[in-house]
Design a protein around this ligand. Structure first.
Ligand SMILES: NC(=O)C1=CN([C@@H]2O[C@H](COP(=O)(O)OP(=O)(O)OC[C@H]3O[C@@H](n4cnc5c(N)ncnc54)[C@H](OP(=O)(O)O)[C@@H]3O)[C@@H](O)[C@H]2O)C=CC1
Ligand SMILES: N[C@@H](CC=O)C(=O)O
Length: 387
């Protein structure tokens, strides 16, 4: 029920009363440039508190006021559950600065008031009062679990989900999107490909009508970082260890260097953008673990570079072919110049020709930004519906 004060406020700023109810929002009223300004407060719960969601927490601590002024929303963290840190719920809101400073020790949430050393995923999803879930637990390339179940629990309750996890998106996007539609929630996953660099929404929205017929790209930050580091003389395992330290690698970096992570991203892009119905087993996949320092040195002598390339193409009969493999690119190739954890993708479009996007492919804050971009998108949709 709307309080009389909320109805009065909604009337003053010209919003229909249903606005608050359909978006489960909290109203605030503040002055911004001497103009009336509505700030929506979303209650957010975090699943997983590793590199990405910890970086999101730091962004919330640092940027909430800025987001309130720029976008008209704020985020209030009401719950977190993590296998390593444990869990914590406070429906009135947790202090993001305090959370971001929790030492990275097993059961670390135990040190906070009402915190526990045990994870409590289902309780946090169902009972923290969250309007939004930021899902950033580990990517399971085999069945997408348990993250897919976490997404289902949230979406069933009409709670929108933003995720950077490739498992649920590559393996269950259709059913999760349908579930979200049926409950009026949103399921957003921009960070599942190329971290915070806009790819999925850019292709679906800004390139709508350009007729994308295929794509080719460097879609894994870790393997590109490893190949670039080997060019600088580091050996393979030291380069992988450095990528882990910098927060680029998967929990099991085999997924990065054997191409499995790129395979999931190719499936996501082919299904979302080319209308394919691929599963990972439809994508031929070879990683970079067989590339030796000698191969790298020979490529350098020949003015070429090894890159792990993921691609998909719509054939004239409508079928989609997709693959992941290391390729030797001449120095002049646009993708050859993309180094370190930077990624790049070229979309082939019938109307516009090739369109290339280059940017961060991995990284804690870079990926947390993708969650923010999903939340901005959800907020824009909700406020559009409210008008
Ligand atoms: N880092 C990056 O650059 C990018 C990451 N991603 C994806 O985002 C997700 C998060 O990445 P990142 O933060 O780097 O990963 P981390 O490994 O740093 O963090 C994941 C956290 O989730 C916890 N976790 C694992 N399983 C569960 C579970 N069942 N319930 C609750 N918590 C769980 C882990 O605990 P424990 O350590 O004990 O297992 C860990 O604390 C991954 O799916 C990754 O593939 C996507 C794009 C870029
Ligand atoms: N491990 C991945 C993280 C982003 O998806 C990578 O290195 O690209």
């Amino acid at each position: 029920m709307l309080s009389p004060a909320s109805i009065l406020l909604a009337t003053m700023i010209g919003l229909p009363y249903s606005y608050e109810r359909c978006c489960s929002l909290v109203f605030q009223y503040r002055k911004h440039n001497n103009e009336a300004h509505v700030v929506t407060e979303y209650k957010i719960a975090l699943l997983g508190f590793g590199g990405v969601n910890r970086a999101l927490t730091q962004l919330i601590a640092d940027k909430n006021e800025h987001w309130a002024n720029e976008f008209g929303f704020k985020l209030k963290i009401v719950g977190i559950s993590d296998l390593y840190f444990g869990s914590i719920i406070n429906k009135n809101g947790l202090d993001a600065h305090e959370l971001a400073a929790v030492p990275a020790v097993k059961g670390g949430f135990r040190t906070l008031p009402a915190g526990s050393a045990e994870p409590a995923n289902e309780t946090v999803i169902r009972f923290s009062g969250a309007d939004l879930i930021a899902e950033a637990t580990f990517t399971n390339p085999v069945d997408g679990e348990p993250a897919t179940t976490f997404c289902r629990w949230a979406l069933e309750k009409g709670i929108s989900v933003v995720t950077t996890n490739k498992g649920p998106v590559a393996l269950h996007a259709e059913s999760l999107k349908a579930l979200a539609r049926s409950t009026g929630a949103q399921f957003e996953f921009e960070g599942s490909v190329m971290s915070g660099t806009p790819v999925i929404r850019l292709a679906k929205e800004s390139l709508a009508g350009s007729e994308i017929s295929g794509f080719k790209g460097i879609l894994n930050g870790t393997s590109n970082f490893v190949l670039s580091s080997m060019e600088e003389g580091l050996d393979f395992s030291d380069a992988v260890a450095k990528a882990q330290e910098l927060g680029y690698a998967e929990a099991d970096p085999t997924a990065d260097v054997e191409g499995h992570d790129v395979r999931l991203k190719v499936v996501i892009l082919a299904n979302e953008l080319l209308g394919a119905k691929l599963t990972p087993s439809d994508v031929l996949c070879k990683g970079i673990s067989g590339i030796t320092s000698k191969d790298i040195a020979e490529a350098t002598k020949a003015n070429a570079r090894w890159k792990l390339i993921g691609s998909a193409e719509k054939m004239s009969n409508g079928s989609i072919t997709a693959s992941v493999s290391p390729q030797l690119l001449p120095q002049g190739d646009a993708l050859a110049g993309v180094s370190g954890a930077t990624n790049a993708i070229t979309f082939n479009t019938n109307v516009l020709g090739p369109v290339t996007v280059v940017g961060a492919g991995a990284g804690r804050f870079e990926t947390a930004f993708a969650l923010l971009s999903d939340i901005v998108s959800i907020h824009k949709n909700k406020t559009k519906i409210g008008k």
